[in-house]
Design a binder for this molecule. Structure first.
Ligand SMILES: Cc1cc2nc3c(=O)[nH]c(=O)nc-3n(C[C@H](O)[C@H](O)[C@H](O)COP(=O)(O)O)c2cc1C
Length: 178
């Protein structure tokens, strides 16, 4: 049974998600794309997934290189998200002129002031509808735990305004994070 595509997309738009730039580098070239479809799969071995549109210009490059890095963006990095979503019209090489890029184990570009980075070797790919699921075995991680993540919800960027603590007796307290 097929459901209405617009209804599905509208519902998914209400799933708040962290925003990442997923990058790769190697014989296929260097590229990256803005991505919210990152998910933890397993912690033994440490494995994550990211879903990449089959029609994206970057799709064959990720396959050829066999590696990727998920760079979790922080507040104030909305411009980087727009750049790597292709919304500024910059060519791929020009996009990497923004920000400072390092490498960890695989050689995929790691954004220095991101919230975190998960550097992966592609363990498996699976085609599903419009997208390719990239399963990545995590080879290295980097975390800037003092940074706040950039969130995407209802087609807009958001910042986490406060952290809500719920105690065992059921009472809640919202702490403001500036
Ligand atoms: C907030 C946001 C989240 C996105 N998430 C994904 C995603 O999970 N997977 C994906 O393939 N494209 C995603 N995109 C779209 C890509 O970043 C990019 O715009 C698209 O792949 C077009 O790239 P192309 O120039 O390679 O065709 C997202 C874009 C934005 C702005």
């Amino acid at each position: 049974m097929d459901i209405d595509r617009a209804a599905f997309r509208n519902t998914m738009a209400h799933f708040g998600a962290a925003v990442s730039i997923v990058t790769t580098e190697g014989p296929g070239g260097r590229c990256g794309f803005t991505c919210t479809s990152v998910c933890s799969v397993s912690d033994e071995p440490a494995t994550i997934l990211a879903c990449l549109n089959r029609r994206s210009q970057t799709n064959p490059i990720f396959r050829r290189n066999g590696i990727f890095c998920v760079n979790v963006l922080g507040t104030g990095q909305e411009d980087m998200s727009a750049i790597f979503a292709g919304q500024t019209g910059e060519k791929m090489a020009e996009r990497f002129l923004h920000g400072t890029w390092d490498a960890l184990i695989t050689g995929a570009p790691v954004l220095r002031n991101a919230v975190g980075a998960l550097d992966c070797a592609i363990a498996e790919t699976k085609e599903c509808g419009t997208h390719t699921i990239l399963f990545g075995k995590v080879a290295a991680v980097r975390l800037n735990s003092e940074r706040e993540p950039l969130m995407y919800f209802n087609r807009t960027y958001h910042h986490l305004g406060g952290a809500c603590m719920t105690y065992r007796d059921g009472h809640s307290q919202t702490a403001s994070v500036s």
